[in-house]
Ligand binder design. Sequence first.
Ligand code: PLP
Length: 363
Amino acid sequence: MKRSDKPTIQVTQSFLPKFSVYQKYLQKIWNNHYLTNNGPLVLELEKKLAHFFHVPYCIFVSNGTIAIQLAIRALDLKGEIITTPFTYVATANAIIWEHCTPVFVDIEPNTCTIDVTKIEHAITKKTCAILAVHVYGFPCDVAAIQKIAKKHNLKVIYDAAHAFGAMYKKKSLVSYGDIATVSFHATKLFHTGEGGAIITKNAKLAEKIKLYRTFGHVYDEYKTYGINAKNSEFHAAMGLSILPSMPTILKRLKKISSWYDKELKNTGLTIPHADKNTTPNHAYYPVIFKTEQQLKKTRAVLQKNKIFPRRYFYPSLNTLQFLHPNSCPESESIALRVLCLPFYQALQKETVRRITAYIRSAL
Ligand SMILES: Cc1ncc(COP(=O)(O)O)c(C=O)c1O
């Protein structure tokens, strides 16, 4: 095949349900003329997601960033929030947008999650919470974080944007913490086009979040200030159409991950893995190079062949001037050397072979 004939391969490709399935939900919208304002499809999706996660409350919102913002608001956080620099910028943005200060604590290199041995050094009188990220769907050390939080009377939020379908110690990963937030953005394993959710076990918090989500009022009862964080029936319809396929998608991703594992053996690349108590969701396929030069050279070879991996997460957030820079050497080093390879359920074995052959040739 000539290079120009080769299809472009992006880092991800959104799963789309059968059009007829989505259409059935659209028909319901057309029948009842209910387009938004927490309509029947939003309620149905919330109920089904709560069941899927085995949690009492799952609140559907317009995206994963506002989910973090509402979590911060609902817990009434003020002051410093300890967090990780190895994440998408949305995590830190949400903290700042809510007038709190992110305090970056370095990561541990095996799972790229916050290094729990370094959290206590970062605690000051102003610390109010720990906002940790289950990055790539790899669980943070939730037991250690809970212990530290209890000792210092801190709240715990997990940005579980990547954690859909991952299990930790036989429980859904999103069930840990005072609140967990997820993203249902189109690039995520489970998506609603745009969207997100807030998960909590606390009934009072759930009520507060629901109120904040809809301007702070229920019909004529104006109880507090709020924001518009609702999502529409069209987005819920997408989620409802995809949810039944999730077990199949998760199985498929596990298989694709095993193809990559096999093809990349003995290449010298480091493949980070989740803790052994995890049933991973295989949301991403990150590989860590020995040097940034090696990464750039490999990426150039792939790009030349119309394959577009992504530097995810880069740069380490503690190096951004507007985000209270400090030193996090482990995160800085990995951020320079990590590349997420194309990874999505429609990826074929032949394509994985082709991608990995280019990587081996570049190395
Ligand atoms: C770790 C992390 N947190 C938060 C978000 C924000 O989610 P959204 O794009 O739905 O606002 C993302 C999304 O890319 C993410 O990767």
